[in-house]
Design a binder for this molecule. Structure first.
Ligand code: FAD
Length: 332
């Protein structure tokens, strides 16, 4: 008698066809979409914090790729679609996973901007989709599988550090909310969030040792108020809101992604810059601080320069993530 050994490989990710179950306009800038579907039972609930997932929207012809639960097969089907018909893919944050018995729902908050002065067709496919989303709409999502040993979609990793500097614009607000919901009560620090209007300010999970500052953009350019507020907090010279911003050296590409694990610019992650700014007397001590910064690419680069170049903060204690770039459509 021969014995056959079967080896099964854990899937690298969950690929699920999901249906919109609820759509809620939370505020001028946010549409909350609740996705459901049997395949979501395999979604991992282990990570939390800023875990990302991909949403794949119907392409120009209304088609999604051929569905397969095997990520490699699904990806081949997606890549196999003619470029002009290919379903656009964008990255979002898992805002919440709701589990009740056998039912699992995935919640995401989509930033939307109404097409003031431009045609709906000029908006990105994700924004356009979210503005029109209705219960019953079908998309594909690619996220962490409960059997995958490593998904690699969570960047928030403070390690032993218990003092936080968490900074983001509205696209990072879902991650900021999750981070504050998931960190232990012992954390200290500061959170800075810039949103388009005062109606976009939300109640964040409270920690009595973490201060939260909201910046309302109004008519100011993207990220400018946020960068000015953070520079003030760090004891660096203030940015004048009425004069053009200093150019941020474009040593990084569209997708700024500098975390202790990965550098999009291929930098040596073990290096620390010598600080170029003298320490201001009122500047906070950052020796035990973990910095997490996400949002529009310009503000991420500006704050990277402030922290790493001007203040010499160790690269191992910062995560800078360009979530999107003004005037540039994301590729996936
Ligand atoms: C890890 C990660 C997590 C993210 N989490 C979220 C999230 O939870 N919620 C969320 O809303 N976004 C999130 N984003 C950002 C989102 O992926 C981008 O904003 C994406 O570009 C939106 O796609 P789109 O099809 O609307 O626009 P694109 O086709 O990418 O771009 C078209 C045009 O729209 C502009 N544009 C894109 N996004 C915005 C915006 N937010 N405001 C104003 N103009 C914009 C672009 O500059 C471009 O001119 C995340 C990104 C990453 C990398």
């Amino acid at each position: 008698m021969t014995t056959q050994t079967q080896t099964t490989t854990a899937p690298s990710a969950l690929v699920a066809e999901v249906r919109v179950e609820a759509v809620e306009r939370l505020s001028p800038a946010f549409v909350r979409v609740t996705f459901g579907g049997a395949a979501l039972r395999d979604l991992s609930t282990a990570d939390g914090f800023d875990t990302r997932f991909k949403v794949v929207f119907p392409g120009p012809t209304g088609l999604l790729p051929r569905h397969s639960a095997v990520p490699e097969e699904w990806q081949a089907a997606w890549l196999g679609m003619p470029a002009e018909e290919r379903s656009p893919m964008r990255t979002y944050t898992i805002r919440e996973i709701r589990t009740s018995g056998d039912t699992v729902q995935l919640v995401a908050d989509f930033v939307v901007h109404e097409p003031v002065g431009k045609a709906v067709d000029d908006l990105g496919p994700a924004c356009r989709w979210a503005l029109a989303a209705r219960p019953g709409d079908v998309v594909h999502v690619v996220g962490p599988h409960r059997l995958s040993p490593i998904y690699g979609g969570t960047e928030f990793e403070p390690g032993e550090l218990r003092d936080l500097l968490v900074i983001g614009d509205e696209t990072a607000l879902p991650a900021v909310a999750r981070i504050l919901a998931d960190v232990d009560p012992g954390f200290t620090g500061h959170v800075f969030v810039e949103v388009p209007t005062s109606d976009d300010i939300v109640d964040l999970p409270r920690h009595h040792l973490i201060d939260v500052s909201w910046l309302v953009r109004g008519s100011a350019p993207q990220g400018r108020r946020l960068v000015a507020a953070v520079r003030g907090h760090l004891g660096l010279p203030q940015t004048d809101l009425d004069t053009p911003l200093p150019e941020v050296p474009s040593d990084l590409d569209v997708e700024v992604w500098e975390t202790p694990r990965y550098s999009s610019a291929g930098e040596d992650l073990t290096t620390t810059s010598a600080p170029t700014a003298p320490a201001a007397p009122a500047a906070p001590d950052l020796a035990d601080t973990y910095a997490w910064i996400a949002g529009e690419s310009w503000l991420v680069k500006a704050l990277r320069r402030a922290l790493v170049t001007e203040l010499g903060v160790e690269r191992s204690r910062v995560a800078f993530m360009g979530y999107w770039r003004e005037g540039v459509a994301m590729r996936s």
